[in-house]
Design a protein around this ligand. Structure first.
Ligand code: HEC
Length: 160
């Protein structure tokens, strides 16, 4: 009898898991949605990540560390792509293309390993960050060219 129960119980669990009722599927969908909302980074959190990459990008570029500069600009682009995909309920995201020309110019300068062009395009990038902030009434978030490295546990110089 015990053996029979051991066989029947897992079978019962298996079939009930396999065929969720409409109600339980619905509950699951609601739960997934709630979790997505709860653990989704806000726009301000994405921006703080971008702020750090913006600063690291500067120190990589002025050290002619083009591999690191390429990595940092990649991270910035990825963050903006994520914002576009995730922050669909934020109206500010409609103006995100403000940043695109500057990112394209900087990518070119990095690919050309051209420090002079890098510095010029970096100014354009920073101006574009502020342009978007002003357009969206967040003009009090003023971005500048960094005056010191953002962290002291990373070496920004290029290695041969
Ligand atoms: C879509 C236009 C847009 C662009 C482009 C943009 N931002 Fe923002 N940024 C915002 C908005 C909107 C906020 C306010 C977010 C919030 O609700 O907290 C913000 C906030 C910030 C903050 C404040 C975050 C905090 O909580 O302390 C920083 C820092 C920041 N942005 C950095 C940057 C940098 C650096 C760039 C350029 C590389 C940039 N942003 C480009 C729209 C933009």
């Amino acid at each position: 009898m015990k053996k029979l129960l051991l066989l029947i119980i897992p079978f019962g669990i298996f079939t009930s898991c396999n065929k969720p009722t409409d109600k339980s599927a619905e509950n699951l969908a609601v739960q997934v949605q709630e979790l997505k909302e709860k653990y989704r980074p806000g726009l301000g959190e994405y921006m703080m990540g971008i702020q750090l990459h913006h600063s690291k990008l500067w120190h990589a570029g002025i050290n002619n560390n083009w591999k690191l500069a390429d990595y940092e600009i990649g991270e910035i682009k990825e963050s903006f792509d994520n914002i576009k995909a995730v922050e669909t309920d934020r109206p500010e995201v409609k103006t995100i293309s403000i940043i695109e020309p500057a990112l394209a110019k900087l990518s070119d300068a990095i690919a050309q390993k051209d420090e002079k062009e890098f510095r010029k395009s970096y100014d354009l990038l920073t101006a574009s960050c502020n342009n978007c902030h002003t357009t969206n009434h967040f003009e009090f978030n003023v971005i500048i060219t960094p005056t010191a490295p953002p962290v002291n546990n990373q070496d920004f110089t290029a290695k041969p």
